[in-house]
Ligand binder design. Sequence first.
Ligand code: AMP
Ligand code: MG
Length: 429
Amino acid sequence: MHAESRRRPVDDHREAVRALIGPALAVARRAEACDLAEELAAAGRGSAAGARVAAADVAAVVDLPGFDNSQMDGYAVRAADLTGAAPSDPVELPVGAPVPAGTQPPPLAPGTAAPVMTGAPIPDGADAVIKIEEVDPPAFPEPGTAATVRFTAPVALGTFVRRAGSDVAAGDVVVLAGTRLGPAQLGVLVAAGVSEVEVAEPPHVLLISTGSELVAAGEPLGPAQLYDANGAALTAALAEVGCRVTHRVVPDDPAALRTVLAEAPDDVALVVTSGGVSAGAYEVVRQTLTDAWFGHVAVQPGGPQGLGTIALGDPTAPRDVPLVAFPGNPVSALVSFELFLRPVLAEATGAVPAHRPPGRAPLAEAVDSPEHLHQVRRGRLDADGRVEMVGGPGSHLLAHLAMATLLVHVPPGVAHVDAGDDVDHWEIR
Ligand code: AMP
Ligand code: MG
């Protein structure tokens, strides 16, 4: 058999990742209480990571609306008082005390009409509101002046009255389990008097950047050293899909990697590594985690991959946790995340939609691709809605990825796509 045909197809590898980590994440997740005021304060500082997801149905504490209120600026009346009103035979009523929002009005005396503002309570006894524009005169009198108002038509019971509980009644579910707490959900929870919500605990991911050449952000850079781009990129990517991340950097030294695994926090549900998975001489992940599968996926970038279960914690009482190992080139690592991990984690957490928005558009330029591989290029739409490449296929071209807005897919079996031919793409921001 030709070596290339033994590469695992992209979809098969994603399914293998899903089969391994899906159940592990489902078991590991617990519910925790989320204080809405704290959550909103964090959101206001722009520091909320992935959206929180309700772990259980949440019920309203108070009715919404909380009291019968007016849908219009107008007059609260008893509909029975206007029976028979007509332009030729208007009903004239004395004007009662006005009702601004935030005040509790006295009951409406029979045979009177009370000015009521939008959202203000309907006085007891009133059962309909007539818009100010439809009465004569079409403006409210100065408060405190004796006045009358004429109505030229009858009104149906309940007109422009928003009934208490017509949006939701106390005790009814306002947010279903599994729903992301987005703007409308946070709004309704606050409106419905809820101050604390059970949310699913974010999965705790141990992210390990491997490479003796790596330097942490902000440290001085020595000869042949480079900054740990993957630590930053994958931390942000994991946080965006609703994970909590502990990040470590290890050199290409099996003992150092073993130490980090032995000292992993107790609640780590998944280990993600970058680097050290190829067939070179200093491949620390592949050489240390020998129980895992290491092989090639038919994709470019991101061909070398690892997947399996590893032992964390005290070696005499180890805990088995899934491992997803990505190659080290920054574009390979992020494209691997997009293809294999993001959809699975998004499904598990519910923090973001499972799929990047897909699209299809003609290429602005011809593209070549290795025929046996699924090639993922970086692109953007030009002014004519055609897909142009941002940089070449190289897996080190991180600055180009940062400028791109699309991942462009050239499927296996295709060696060349002409300008003008359609390609599939995913929107990545
Ligand atoms: P590896 O997969 O370990 O062979 O790494 C492949 C390439 O990616 C090498 O040029 C590494 O220097 C680079 N690389 C590995 N890890 C990182 C990282 N965390 N940040 C930036 N570049 C990296
Ligand atoms: Mg390396």
